[in-house]
Each structure stands twice: as C-alpha cells, then as structure tokens.
Design a protein around this ligand. Structure first.
Ligand code: PEP
Length: 256
C-alpha cells in the first residue's frame, strides 16, 4: 500500500449557520483523537461561517476548507473571495470545481484550473473536483471526461508542487443521490487518474491523494477506502453531523 495519509473532507454546502458551525466544529475537534495521526480530516463550511470555524478549530488538527476560491488576488468580483482572504482567516484548503459549481455557476475547464492555481500560489491545498454525469457514464464517456477535466487542471501544475494537490473524483450521478459508485468503479477511475499523473510527473504521482466523493456514508466508507487508489473521501450529506463524518474518517484507518 502506498504511503498516503487518507484524507476525509466534509462539504457542508449551503448548510449550517454560525452557531451550528461552531457546535459541529467543536464536536469534530473533540472526536478527532480517534483518528489523529492516521487520517487527516477537514471540513468546508459556508463562507460566512469560515471565521467562526477557524476560531473553533484553532490549535487542533482539524483543517478548515473553503468551498470555492477566486483566481484573482483582488478586484471587482462581487460575491467572490480570494485565496489571500482565506489564508488570512486560517483556512488551509479550497475545494475547486465542485460539480454543483460546474453545473450551476459556470465553472469549467478554464476557470477551475485557474482557481487551483490561485490556491497553490497562496499556499492553500486545492481539492480539485472532476467527474462525469450519468449521461456521460451511460455513453461510455467517463474516461474521456475525467481525462479532459484532470488534464486541464494538471496543465497549470508544475512537478515540484503536484504533491500538494488533492484530486476528488466525484461522479455527478452519485452526489446526493444515495447511489455511490462501487469500490471497483471508483478504483477504476482513480487508477486512470493516477496513470495521468504518472505520465506527467513520474514517481511523484504516487504521493497525490485521490478522494472519492458521491454518497459516502459511515457504512460504505471503509470498503471504498480499502481500494488501492482511493485515498480518502469528499463527503456532503453524511458530513453534516460531526459523529457521522468522524465515523467515515475511521473508515480510512484501515488503509493507514
Ligand atoms: C459532495 O457534495 O461533494 C458530495 C459528495 O455529496 P454527497 O456525499 O451528499 O453525495
């Protein structure tokens, strides 16, 4: 088994206000000892609660992620925030190109790589999302779509920084549907992504963590993360409660 520390990140999407965020972050911090040193855990709260989340997580091993980041340092971009703004708060990770942003807010193979680039430049860890729709899977286009989205991101990443990248394979048909990819389906795509990385970066590809996302729950997390190239999970619905996210993180301990 490759020596990659499993990485589980909760994505709270547009849930939890400040008080609920504080409560859940404190519960995560309290429970973190169960996986500390074996599985890395992060959570991505709503932007308006990031300050409170960072405050509640300070000094613990819990990482706070943003759900998005703009590529510019500053300027006339109403409704956006820069990587520097996130760093200032104590945020360490940024999700880039989540499928909901690709589907509803115009993110694409031009803007997602720019977000990843800005995150890296500011010292953040980007969690870059790729994945096919149901129609694309049924049309046997999974490999083509994942290669295109991944290739666009890697185009802007140099060999000496690729180990900081986290890639999340999130088949769109599995997100929020309760229908997860099987471990075999996930591993197949993760192996393809690993091969794309290896082609560009050689042995450094082995250090890049590949998360699976799409209806991960406490009862399927361990079997998914038992796969050789499934190095963690990006979790939506089942991450809203700290106890559930921690149970998922424990699923990653079997590969540690
Ligand atoms: C997600 O939003 O990234 C996600 C994977 O959601 P869910 O776990 O609810 O499918």
């Amino acid at each position: 088994m490759a020596k990659r520390v499993p990485f589980v990140c909760g994505n709270w999407k547009m849930h939890h206000g400040v008080e609920a965020t504080r409560k859940q972050v404190r519960a995560l911090v309290e429970g973190l000892a169960r996986v500390q040193g074996k599985v890395e855990v992060a959570v991505a709260p709503v932007a308006t609660t990031l300050f409170a989340a960072c405050e509640a997580a300070r000094g613990s091993g819990l990482k706070i992620a943003a759900q998005n980041v703009h590529w510019a340092e500053k300027g006339a971009f109403t409704g956006e925030w820069s990587a520097a703004h996130l760093v200032e708060l104590g945020v360490s990770h940024a999700i880039c190109g989540h499928s909901e942003r690709r589907a509803m807010f115009g993110d694409d193979d031009v803007t997602v790589p720019k977000r990843v680039r800005a995150a890296l430049d500011a010292g953040l860890i980007p969690i870059a999302c790729v994945g096919e729709t149901l129609a694309e899977r049924e049309g046997n286009q999974t490999a083509v779509v994942v290669a295109r989205q991944t290739g666009a991101i890697l185009e802007l990443i140099k060999a000496d920084e690729v180990e900081r990248l986290v890639l999340a394979y999130e088949p769109v048909w599995a997100i929020g549907t309760g229908k997860n990819a099987t471990p075999t389906q996930a591993q197949e795509v993760h192996a393809q992504i690993r091969a794309l990385l290896a082609k560009r970066y050689g042995a450094k590809a082995e250090a890049v963590r590949l998360q699976y996302g799409g209806s991960v729950k406490p009862d399927n997390a361990a079997e998914l993360m038992r796969e050789h190239d499934v190095d963690g999970a990006l979790v939506g619905g089942a991450a809203l409660e700290a106890a559930s996210l921690l149970a998922i993180a424990e699923g990653g301990m079997q590969r540690a």
